[in-house]
Design a protein around this ligand. Structure first.
Ligand code: EPU
Length: 342
């Protein structure tokens, strides 16, 4: 049976983005069934509109009304797909809440996603920016996904390799931007699980709890505690997590900076480059806790820009520009925004 197509006109997006920016979409469709996308493609008026796919809206900064069609992914369902010697395969619909899905896997005795606990957003959005935290990224456990291709009108299955994952990056932010809508994601959760506790904050939190050989659930609990301490809860203070990516610099540039700034925090990469902790750069430049009208910088994590109440997307974007210009002037390093700025 064909799912009905209920298009909301001039729909408020305030509750659809974790910054809580109060703008409208010309048209909005809550996608509860993937067949609705084929219908959209066949309706000339809707097919001609610019599209914006939203999951939890936790990685987007809306700087004005969106004069197109917002596709709000709201399909649900989680199912065990099977298993082999290596892994148990679980498929989750794009509209499922990410953190609730992580907890569901742990409740089933399945490990692998615990380091990614409490990341705001939806299952379908997770591969788009290859969400990551505490030494893990979604690509580590992602087996494949299915998507609706607006160019061809077909449903396609993508393997992990086809997603072309990078640091907070994938083919869905590049070649397939505005073209693909992720419908569901299949995870391969390893049967021979190894704890991933190398990240300093995680090791320290487990040590403080007196845990030497943590279970997946204990790692999840430790990560929830760290995140609650450091990252403002978007339900209380609008934000989109890290606003800037950790920038990569050459070995020569890193060495030169380390001479000038001995406390510089950096992480060596396999290709010989180094990632700099953008939070450290922004903090050192004096922006942590700064208030600019209704926008501001978190007091606990300098990478997080916040809506202090009623801020416009423009105000947040201006604050981000001022921070990036200052970091460029002080350190000679360019910061790149992590959320999509619309
Ligand atoms: N730091 C400061 N001041 C700050 C923030 C950080 O000096 O205000 C220093 C810290 O002391 C630490 C270093 O910077 O030495 C790194 O900080 P942290 O461990 O908090 O992580 P991060 O690099 O700032 C990244 C991710 C987060 C993720 C954490 C944990 C990016 C852009 N951000 O932050 O991801 O939760 O690591 O793995 O890669 C997100 O993407 O939205 C996000 C929150």
């Amino acid at each position: 049976m064909k799912a009905p197509l209920t298009i909301e006109r001039n729909a408020s997006l305030r509750d659809c983005n974790t910054f809580g920016i109060d703008v409208c979409a010309h048209a909005l469709l809550r996608v509860t069934d993937p067949t609705q996308l084929a219908t959209v493609r066949n309706e000339p008026e809707l097919a001609a509109m610019p599209r914006l796919v939203l999951g939890g809206g936790s990685n987007v900064l809306l700087t004005g009304d969106f004069s197109g069609l917002v596709l709000l992914m709201a399909n649900r369902g989680i199912a065990l797909e099977g298993e082999d010697e290596q892994a148990v395969y679980v498929r989750a619909a794009a509209g499922e809440n990410w953190h609730e899905f992580v907890l569901w896997t742990l409740d089933q005795g399945l490990a692998g996603l615990e380091n990614l606990a409490l990341i705001p957003g939806s299952v379908g959005a997770a591969p788009v920016q290859n969400i990551g935290a505490y030494g893990a990224e979604v690509r580590d456990c992602l087996h494949s996904l299915t998507l609706f291709d607006f160019d061809t009108g077909s449903i396609r299955r993508f393997s992990n390799a086809e997603c072309a994952f990078g640091y907070r990056d994938s083919v869905f932010k590049r070649q397939l931007k505005n073209r693909a809508v992720i419908l569901d994601v299949t995870f391969a959760l390893p049967k021979r699980w190894q704890p991933n506790t190398g990240y300093a904050d995680v090791a320290a939190e487990l040590a403080a709890r007196g845990i030497a050989q943590p279970t997946p659930r204990q790692i999840c609990d430790a990560i929830i505690a760290i995140r609650q301490r450091k990252l403002p809860d978007p339900a209380r203070l609008g934000n989109a997590g890290s606003f800037f990516k950790n920038p990569a610099v050459s070995d020569a540039q890193k060495q030169a900076l380390a001479v000038r700034f001995p406390q510089l925090v950096s992480y060596a990469q396999e290709d010989g480059s180094h990632k700099l902790a953008a939070g450290w750069l922004v903090d050192q430049a004096g922006w942590k806790g700064k208030i600019e009208g209704r926008a501001g910088v978190s007091e606990t994590q300098a990478l997080v820009l916040v809506n202090r109440g009623g801020a416009s997307g423009q105000e947040i974007a201006q604050l981000a520009q001022a921070i990036a210009a200052d970091v460029q002037a002080k350190f000679g390093v360019a910061l790149e925004a992590e959320p999509l700025i619309i």
